[in-house]
Structures are given as C-alpha cells and as structure tokens.
Design a protein. Structure first.
Length: 311
C-alpha cells in the first residue's frame, strides 16, 4: 500500500517551482491559477524572492502547497498517473494537510490557496510578534516533552506542538514559558533544545483566534469527499467526510501535529511506500519512525520521471 504525503512550513526555498514551470505546462497552470486566486504574483516571490517575503507565513503556506500540487499535476498529467489509482491514503504535515486534501480533490486549487493565505494571515495576527515562541527538543519522546511543558508553563501556555518522531518534538507557547522549558530540558536529559526562527507560536492554544477565523472560512468553503482518505494531524486517523474534514482542520490550528502517530498508524494499516511531493523533508522523517518503509521525495522533473518509471 502507498501514501502520498505533503510537507509543511519550513520547506520553502527561493527558486522553488522554477524548473517545473519551465518544463511543464501543467506546472505553469498551477502557479497561474494560484496567482489568480490570491490576486498576487506569488509565483514571482517563489521564483525570485526575496527570501524574507517568501518566509512570511501568509506567502509560505500557499507557496509550499502550490509547489507540491504542481509536482503532483505533472506526474498525473504527463505521467498518465491518477492519485486515486496509485495512492491508498494521503497525509500532510500541518499546512500539508491542505495540500493532501487538494491533491485528493476534496478542495479545488483556488479554494486551497485562499484558505492557506487566510490561515497564514490569521495565525500571524493571533499573537503579537515577540509574545510567543517555538523550540525543537531533540532526543525527547512525546511523553517527556509533555511533562516538561506542563512543568514550565507556570500559568502560561506551553504545549507540545509537533510530534515529529525520531526523538524530535517541537514545543510552542508564551516566549518565557518556552524558554523555561528549554532550560528544564537540559536538566531532564534532552540532547538539545533549539529555538526556532518562527514568527508565531503555531499549534498551541494561543492560536485560538486563528482557529475561529478558519472555522468561519471552512464553513463557507466547498469541501468534497476526498478520492482517498486523509490521515488527519489531530487524530492520526483516516477521515473522508466533508464535515469531519472541516472540524479536523479547525482543531488542527491549536492542536498537536501527531505526525509520528500518523506514520505509525499508516504503517499498521499496511502502508509500506511513502511518496513526498515538493520537498525532501518528510521522507527522512518517515524513515526515522518506520525504518523499513520505502520512501521517495519528488521535487524535480527528473524525480517525477524516475518515479513514474517505477509504477
């Protein structure tokens, strides 16, 4: 069995999509449709930068999605491959869940782009700059990270935001609480605690205003049943009902990205092959969780051609 998987924030890079757009009308069509949907030339920021503009959450989120969907559309259009025929499930890391749903046709491309633009804006606006922070704990399992967060909170917010597996857990919350958690980590045997260069504390309860904004937007959005089930971040379980998908995406804004559990559940369901679209981030992460998994990350035309030849 096979899962198509889609990366999250941090996988953006200036120049993303340039080679695909030059080589493929299918890729160009994706970038043009996203530009039209957003009323901005996001494709130019992706191609030329500056990096600071691409890194802005409201640009990075739709850009990462557009790049991943462009890779998928080239594979489908020029490789003659249908997602529904070659994938049993889809999944994505944080914003990548939207890419997964778009790939599985639960959302159309324009809707996905607009939702992610709004999601980025709402997440940025939820917490004033400097109030929140995130950090990666390396060499910590999820239970240890949760215990550290609970002890460091001291009345503030400090939560495990991303359970990435392989001993990597990202924590999120008030800046002072995250700093206390980093200090506690050293005392409790965590190998390293690294502050992350992010503009807001994602996937914690401080994001509730963004969750409210997404609830309003998703209530109005056209959501169809996906071609194959999506493994949701907040439950690490498959979902296919439009109403359930709306609810899960709202909960995802403040909830933990349960990526380790999602991969473990996919593996337990019989998924041995994992195909990442648009970056080379999740493939290595999957291998740390399920060492016997077969992983491939598809970014370039050469990657697409090589993968298509294996099907």
């Amino acid at each position: 069995m096979r899962a198509f998987i889609f990366p999250g924030q941090g996988s953006q890079a200036v120049g993303m999509g340039v080679e695909l757009a030059a080589a493929s009308t299918a890729a160009r069509a994706v970038f043009e449709e996203v530009d039209d949907a957003l009323g901005q030339t996001l494709s130019r920021i992706m191609a030329e930068g500056p990096a600071d503009d691409l890194t802005l959450t409201e640009n990075a989120q739709p850009a990462i999605m557009a790049n991943a969907i462009a890779v998928l559309r080239v594979l489908e259009g020029e490789g003659g491959i249908r997602l529904a025929d070659k994938a049993d499930f889809v999944a994505g890391h944080s914003l990548g869940e939207y890419s997964a749903l778009c790939g599985a046709q639960a959302f159309d491309l324009a809707t996905t782009a607009r939702l992610l633009k709004l999601r980025g804006q709402a997440m940025q606006a939820a917490v004033p700059v400097g109030v929140g922070a995130m950090a990666a704990l390396l060499g910590a399992d999820f239970a240890l990270a949760e215990s550290i967060c609970a002890d460091a909170a001291e009345g503030e917010v400090c939560q495990a935001a991303n359970d990435n597996g392989g001993g990597q857990v990202v924590i999120s919350g008030h800046k002072a609480a995250v700093e206390r958690a980093m200090a506690l980590s050293k005392e409790r045997g965590v190998k390293r605690a690294i502050p992350l260069p992010v503009s807001a504390p994602f996937h914690c309860s401080l994001m509730q205003p963004a969750a409210d904004a997404m609830a309003d937007a998703l209530a109005k959005a056209n959501v169809r049943a996906p071609l194959v089930p999506v493994y949701a971040n907040v439950t690490a379980a498959p979902a296919s009902s439009p109403d359930e998908i709306r609810d899960l995406l709202v909960r995802q804004v403040t909830g933990t990205v349960r990526w380790r559990e999602s991969v473990e559940a996919l593996w337990a369901a019989g998924v041995t092959d994992y195909v990442e679209f648009g970056a080379k981030v999740l493939g290595p992460m999957v291998k740390r969780i399920a060492p016997d998994a077969n992983t491939v990350s598809i970014v370039t035309m050469a990657d697409i051609e090589a993968f298509a030849a294996t099907l």
